[in-house]
Design a protein around this ligand. Structure first.
Ligand SMILES: [Zn+2]
Length: 213
């Protein structure tokens, strides 16, 4: 189990990354850590990219409606100006930030700030997503969280996209994606067709419940 470092008064900060597929609980884990920092009387600020307007402009919202107030920013450089006197900086949906986010996070850490970043490690094509691979390289602590594969119940690492329109940046509406393990992800829509032909509606229902769990 990941133990959160929380040394008060330590000279240098550090970077933590929480990554995984959709429905893996990244934002829930980010909120959990930020709430604990608040309990420890740390000054906490949370940021998210302005592109993410799925639910609300000022809240980091997770799928179970557990939320925490956040500031939408247009670029990662704004974080440098908005974090004076802050002990802990949270960043949600980091995959949608610009390429400078890793160096900005390192600057914040050098100022003594604990930086906690949550984001999708892979896009729906299975490719490293935006600034995430570079963030993973420079972070002190990495937590990879998993969803449950909607087809077989194994741990899911991939976000399988159910819709086929051409937009490469589709925000995470539940109905557009499902979590899949490596094997089921690579079987692609063969699994959708099997579901339809074998009439496994009950399996699909069970899987839906697992996804929302
Ligand atoms: Zn699977």
């Amino acid at each position: 189990m990941f133990l959160e470092p929380h040394f008060k008064g330590q000279r240098s900060g550090w970077i933590e990354v929480i990554c995984g597929s959709m429905f893996s609980g990244k934002t829930e884990e980010l909120i959990r850590r930020l709430k604990r920092a608040k309990i420890a009387n740390q000054r906490v600020e949370i940021f998210k990219p302005r592109v993410d307007t799925r639910y609300d402009d000022v809240k980091v919202v997770s799928h179970d409606a557990n939320y925490i107030l956040s500031t939408p920013v247009a670029s990662s450089s704004e974080l440098l100006e908005l974090t004076d006197g802050v002990n802990v900086v949270g960043v949600d949906e980091a995959q949608f930030f610009d390429e400078h986010l890793p160096e900005i996070c390192q600057k914040l850490a050098l100022r003594g700030i604990r930086v906690i970043v949550a984001g999708l490690d892979m896009d729906f094509r299975g490719k490293p997503f935006g600034p995430m691979p570079n963030l993973l390289a420079v972070a002190e602590y990495i937590t990879k969280v998993h969803a449950i594969c909607q087809h077989c119940g194994n741990l899911a690492t991939h976000s399988y996209r159910l819709v086929t329109d051409g937009d490469t940046v589709v925000l995470g509406e539940k109905e557009s994606y499902e979590p899949r393990c490596r094997t089921c992800y690579h079987m692609g829509n063969i699994l959708d067709l099997q579901d339809k032909s074998s009439g496994s509606a009950q399996n699909k229902e069970n899987a839906k419940e697992r996804k929302l769990a």
